[in-house]
Design a protein around this ligand. Structure first.
Ligand code: NDP
Length: 237
């Protein structure tokens, strides 16, 4: 028996990086895991095979597809909204269509997914959204839309916690600092800039974030909701 035996978990955006580590963590604890992907079919199929989970093509830019995906699940105990993108560069040069897509994926879909999940979840349901320490602190230029989207998740979680509390469902945001993934490689060009802001001068690992997700999704956290949980090596300290 694993810690999550008989629990049904949906990870939105689980094919790579932090999402894939979350899929692996829940699968290793015997949960029934479904995850979505958009661009990385091969990685998704391989992960599904390795972990015994189910991979579904669902683009988080398409609100209705995400809502249908949640509606179609037999049961849902734990929702993790991980899918997120960055659009970086001088705000005066960026394409508004790219910014709109970012807001769709990073803000709108997390909102609708959380609401749809709450319709389905039993008492004890858990909703965990992957935000960013940039929701609290944005110390470099060129990332305003991303930071705005991650700050928006704070209000989303605080507000929905009020709606879901009486239903016995919690909603929380995890706010990672720099984590070693394709989106932010530990040896990438931003490494020295990022580490200069940190108390622990390294990128975090995807496993460190997945462990925090698993803890929040567990049975010891009934009284934790509407809260931001930062895991950032002191980036925001
Ligand atoms: P990656 O770019 O490495 O992976 C992103 C994941 O999200 C992939 O599985 C990708 O799937 C999925 N995804 C992206 N867009 C969509 C979409 N439209 N529909 C469905 N799935 C999608 O990113 P990370 O693992 O680094 O980031 C994951 C989350 O953590 C994001 O929300 C990010 O903002 C947040 N974060 C990351 C930090 C970091 O330093 N790495 C720091 C703070 C927060 P696919 O390839 O199949 O499209």
């Amino acid at each position: 028996m694993g810690k999550y035996t008989n629990k049904s978990v949906l990870v939105l955006g689980g094919s790579r990086g932090i999402g894939a580590a979350i899929v692996k963590k829940f699968a290793s604890e015997n949960a029934k895991v479904t995850f979505t992907y958009a661009g990385s079919k091969q990685a998704a199929e391989q992960l599904a095979q390795e972990t015994g989970s189910q991979a579904l093509f669902v683009d988080s830019a398409d609100r209705d597809s995400v809502i249908s995906c949640i509606k179609n699940l037999d049961t849902l105990d734990i929702l993790v909204v991980n899918a997120g993108i960055g659009v970086f560069g001088d705000a005066l040069d960026l394409d508004p269509n790219d910014i709109e897509r970012l807001f769709q994926i990073n803000i709108h879909t997390p909102y609708y997914a959380a609401v749809e999940a709450a319709r389905k979840m039993p008492i004890g349901g858990r909703i965990i959204i992957i935000g960013s320490v940039n929701g609290d602190r944005m110390p470099v230029a060129g990332m305003a839309a991303y930071a705005a989207s991650k700050s928006a998740l704070q209000g989303l979680a605080r507000g929905l916690a009020r709606d879901f509390g009486p239903r016995g469902i919690t909603i929380n945001v995890i706010q990672p600092g720099p984590i070693d993934t394709d989106a932010n490689p530990a040896d990438g060009p931003m490494k020295d800039v990022l580490h200069a802001f940190m108390a622990i001068k390294r990128h975090g690992t995807t496993t460190e974030v997945a462990n925090m997700v698993a803890w929040l999704a567990g049975s010891d956290t009934d009284f934790i909701t509407g809260a931001m949980h930062t895991i950032d090596g002191g980036f925001g300290a």
